[in-house]
Write a protein of this length. Structure first.
Length: 165
């Protein structure tokens, strides 16, 4: 979080910008994980976090009203380079590759449990291979049980790192 983010919509800007907001008691956009390359605090209780192409982050959107929760949504997204095909997503400019998307508090809570299991292994969720997130999405969509053992197997196949002598 070193530098300021460029304004959203900048033509040659290679970054993906995520606008986070949290009006008291109405709605909230926040990140469960991700490591932005830039952050910009804006007026009105908003913050913009920027991601380089290839970086992965988890965006949580919540909205409520007088009777409780109206919307719970979690999306795990990979930032894509400008010009690449992207899926449009609220609060994400220009969009990204959606690796996992769930709605409803029960499903969001299940994904939170998977993320917590990955973190318990000492891994950063943003470094897990994208195919793992797609597999979790498919299992949830098919109402299959997402087992912690799956997380252990996938952890062994996480994104390769540079080998240093």
């Amino acid at each position: 979080m070193a530098s300021k983010a460029a304004p959203a919509g900048a033509g040659d800007d290679p970054l993906t910008h995520v606008t986070l907001s949290w009006p008291q008691g109405q709605r909230s956009h926040w990140l469960r994980f991700g490591k932005p390359v830039a952050t910009c605090c804006c007026a009105g209780g908003r913050r913009i976090e920027s991601y380089a192409p290839g970086q992965v982050f988890a965006l949580v959107r919540w909205a409520g009203h007088d009777h409780g929760t109206a919307l719970s949504h979690l999306a795990i997204v990979r930032a894509m380079p400008r010009g690449a095909p992207v899926a449009r997503l609220a609060a994400v400019d220009p969009g990204g590759e959606i690796l996992l998307s769930v709605q409803g508090w029960r499903r969001v809570a299940r994904v939170f449990a998977v993320i917590a299991a990955i973190e318990a292994l000492g891994l950063a969720p943003q470094e897990v291979v994208p195919d793992h997130w797609r597999q979790i999405h498919d299992r949830l969509a098919g109402r299959a049980v997402t087992r912690i053992a799956d997380t252990l197997c996938q952890a062994a196949r996480r994104a390769p790192r540079e080998i240093q002598p």
